[in-house]
Design a protein around this ligand. Structure first.
Ligand code: FES
Length: 122
């Protein structure tokens, strides 16, 4: 079945299977993709770790840190609204496994291989 696409508020094509603006990227502190993107647009932080100033994102279990870096990288590249591939349910399931095992199935943005708990945002 082909992926359905629509135009977001910024006119960029978005895929329905991706995270939606009100989905939480940082599940520990309930920080949504919309809040993180607003922070990136307002503050234009030079390093991803400063996203922690957005309601503490990334300062809990550490699951979202690679995703925050991924969003920051997309913001720096300026190719439309940063997003995370996959549904919020897939994302939450990945975090549950991460909390059980301390390992990841892969990295956001197409990286390969498992990654250990990354610790503090960097
Ligand atoms: S999900 Fe962001 S620190 Fe746990």
């Amino acid at each position: 079945m082909p992926l359905a696409a629509f135009l977001g508020a910024d006119g960029q094509a978005a895929v329905e299977s991706d995270m939606q603006p009100d989905d939480h990227v940082c599940l520990c502190f309930r920080v949504s993709l919309r809040k993180i993107n607003a922070y990136l647009n307002r503050e234009d932080p030079p390093v991803a770790s400063l996203i922690s100033e957005c309601l503490g994102a990334g300062t809990g279990c550490g699951w979202c840190v690679p995703y925050l870096k991924h969003l920051h990288r997309q913001h720096e590249q300026g190719k439309g609204e940063p997003n995370i591939e996959g549904t919020k349910d897939d994302y939450a399931s990945g975090r549950a496994r991460f909390r059980e095992t301390g390992t990841r199935d892969g990295s956001p943005g197409g990286g390969a291989g498992a990654e250990e708990h990354p610790g503090e945002p960097g």
